[in-house]
Design a protein around this ligand. Structure first.
Ligand code: PBG
Length: 331
């Protein structure tokens, strides 16, 4: 094909809104959004998260109301993250296995309020439950041990599935955990509980506000570089994704989002499974802060970033801006 001017004028199809609408290659709808929500103890509680202006932690009753709001906005799925009470955090994160923990109560409240009108995605990792803020069990050398951690994550996943979670999302980056969780779900009769693997999760500077929100940030000693990925590595990300698919993941996630669009693109081209992006807390904070100092219109900045994920091949995006984006899309 040899197109040249003036036979071809690419501006022709851009000349009016109706025409631009006709040739638009990707669309964003509320069904593309997953809304991460932070849960805290109490009743009728809304606690703003200082580093995430506009985002709050909600008590269990209020989480159910947020879930109803999501249904009304056409958002198909919410992701839950607990801010565990200080006294319940421990070295081994045992509270993660308590069937009556904050997370399980939140899952049940959402399912009671909304039934199957919404999917509930739950994070599997120990950081909201440990005193050291690491995602797994640490040995004497402060190294996060793999196989013993996987055993606990399996129990955590089953605990969440039994409370009613629809999608188990391991965010811990241990080797072999997707297979172990899938086997346990099958054996436990949870055949239709999905796994969305945080398959390519990078050791990122963009997670800071999240760690404030779940209360793990001040506790964290060191970093997570022995399990989360080096931001310099793309081939290794594809290897992680290939393994998680082989181990039984129904879908995979790339995290953070915008700085890793190449990974999303390569994953989608290669594997033909649903790929999700997590537009993480630092990305949210940067949009809000940028707009506040005049870097651009907040809503326009947001929508341009979200459509980029769709263009790169995403089936959906986890974003704290989900309710705002859905409102904008719904007009
Ligand atoms: C926990 C977890 C993290 C995020 C999601 N699950 C933080 C981390 O790995 O330290 C980050 C999400 C965000 O920044 O919005 N394993």
């Amino acid at each position: 094909m040899n197109r040249s001017y003036p036979n071809t004028r690419l501006r022709r199809t851009r000349a009016s809104a109706w025409s631009r609408a006709m040739v638009r290659e990707t669309v964003l709808t509320p069904a593309d959004l997953i809304w991460p929500l932070f849960v805290t103890e109490g009743e009728g509680v809304e606690e703003p998260v200082a580093s995430l202006p506009g985002v709050s932690r909600w008590s269990v009753d209020a989480i159910a109301a947020r879930a109803k709001e999501a249904v009304d906005l056409g958002i198909p799925c919410i992701a839950l993250f607990p801010n565990t009470q200080d006294g319940l955090r421990s070295d081994d994160g045992a509270e993660a296995l308590n069937p009556d923990n904050l997370m399980c109560r939140a899952i049940k409240a959402v399912k009671d309020a909304c039934g199957n009108d919404i999917g509930v995605l739950t994070d599997v990792a120990l950081d909201p439950y440990t005193t050291h803020g690491q995602d797994g069990l640490v040995n004497d050398a402060d190294y996060v041990v793999n196989d013993d951690t996987v055993a606990v994550l399996v129990d955590q996943a089953i605990n969440q599935a039994e409370a009613g979670a629809d999608i188990i999302a391991p965010s811990d980056m241990m080797d072999g955990r997707v297979h172990a969780i899938r086997m346990a779900l099958e054996m436990g009769g949870h055949h239709n509980v999905q796994i969305m693997a945080y398959a390519a999760k990078f050791a990122s500077a963009f997670y800071g506000p999240f760690r404030d929100a779940v209360g793990s940030g001040d506790r964290l000693v060191g970093d997570k570089k022995t399990y989360q990925m080096d931001p310099a590595n793309g081939d290794e990300a594809l290897a992680e994704i290939a393994l998680d698919i082989a181990e039984g993941a129904d879908s995979v996630m790339v995290k953070p989002g915008l700085a890793y669009l190449d990974i999303i693109w390569r994953a989608k081209q290669r594997f033909h499974v649903p790929v999700y992006a997590y537009q993480v807390s630092g990305e949210y904070a940067l949009i809000e802060a940028g707009a506040a100092v005049g870097a651009g219109d907040r809503d326009a900045l947001l929508m341009e970033k979200l459509i980029a994920f769709k263009r790169a091949g995403c089936s959906g995006i986890l974003t704290y801006h989900a309710p705002l984006a859905a409102r904008l899309l719904n007009g």
